[in-house]
Write a new protein. Structure first.
Length: 339
């Protein structure tokens, strides 16, 4: 590429340049490197727009010393986008920079990258926290994140025999099953419309539902269940009462990001607040991957895990896509600097 130019990679192109297995491997490496202090990953800058707009924007810079890659993701989440604007609820943009000069190398999709690495995180949580004999997965909320999560989980847990799909929208359940069964025809996909029935005798429960009410407290989990949370606030009192361990990706960011959002929602809507503390969290998944900690002590433990999302995952994934795009001549070169 010409000096001072950047490569523009759109979402459609990004989807063709990385596999589920590659996304999982990259996030797993990112978590381990974070545990070993080989990355710079500041707490994300979280900007809620309540009550003026029902959404927020996050800014997530990161640098990997092992990969020597740097960049930043800017991502917005507006839960009403689908109904109001016919747009995705989550829209992201990633800028990759040359770590030696700071010069931008690429402006690229962050929407698909976010979906891929979020699903990869659910797979990694499952790999390191679920019982070895896990055979049944329940997915609550069968939208894009629910589908991405189950596709990724089945990559790392090939012994899964049954996936239960729970959603208040029958069309969403059907779409989920149609898409997932194309990839995993040997797995039994079953529709459920009752939360408790779907979670009883399930080994892994993924909550990807965009719900205005808390769903998990409505469920009695069996011993040994691993609960993976994408879309629900976890009150410390509920966690302490229900689970044997609470695992996240990045404790400092999880606490700060959760509490900023909770306080803004309290100010805007008068909702009650129970702030999250570092003491209410057992530890980080990177420490498990690096062999420093083990949170599942027995097959009877009920474990909950939740991801706040880390910029280092996005940047490492984006860098992989960028380098592959250069090799395969994908994307559009744009003049950027006036050199």
């Amino acid at each position: 590429m010409k000096k001072g130019s950047i490569l523009f990679i759109n979402e459609k192109e990004a989807k063709t340049l990385i596999t589920a297995e590659e996304a999982i491997k990259l996030s797993e490496q990112a978590f381990a490197d974070f545990s070993d202090k080989k990355v710079i990953n500041p707490v994300k800058l979280h900007t809620p727009l309540y009550p003026y707009h029902d959404g927020y924007t996050n800014c997530m810079p990161a640098f990997s010393a092992t990969q020597d890659v740097a960049g930043v993701k800017v991502i917005s989440v507006y839960k009403n986008n689908i109904k109001k604007h016919d747009l995705p609820a989550t829209i992201g943009t990633i800028v990759l920079n040359d770590p030696d000069s700071g010069c931008p190398l690429a402006i690229m999709d962050g929407t698909y990258v976010t979906s891929a690495r979020t699903g990869a995180t659910m797979a990694i949580f499952s790999k390191y926290l679920a019982k070895e004999a896990s055979e049944v997965v329940t997915v609550i909320g069968t939208g894009a994140q629910g589908l991405s999560s189950v596709i990724m989980i089945l990559k790392v847990l090939p012994k899964i025999k049954e996936v239960r799909a729970v959603d208040i929208n029958p069309a969403a359940r059907k779409h989920f099953i149609d898409e997932a069964s194309k990839i995993y025809p040997h797995v039994d996909f079953v529709e459920f419309d009752d939360l408790q029935s779907a979670c009883t005798n399930s080994d892994i429960v993924v909550n990807a539902a965009n719900s205005s009410v808390l769903l998990l407290p409505k469920i009695k989990f069996d011993k040994g269940t691993t609960v993976l949370v994408l879309e629900e606030d976890l009150k410390p009192s509920y966690v302490k009462k229900t689970f044997d361990a609470f695992v996240v990706d990045f404790i400092d960011c999880f606490v700060e990001r959760s509490n900023i959002s909770l306080n803004h929602r309290h100010d805007a809507y008068g909702e009650g607040v129970e702030l999250v503390t570092a003491e209410s969290i057992s530890g980080e998944i990177g420490d498990v991957i690096a062999g420093k900690k083990k949170f599942r002590k027995s097959d009877d433990d009920i474990i909950v895990a939740s991801s706040i999302g880390m910029g280092i995952q996005d940047v490492m994934t984006a860098d992989y896509i960028y380098k592959k795009a250069l090799k395969e001549n994908v994307g559009k070169e744009l003049e950027f600097l006036d050199l």
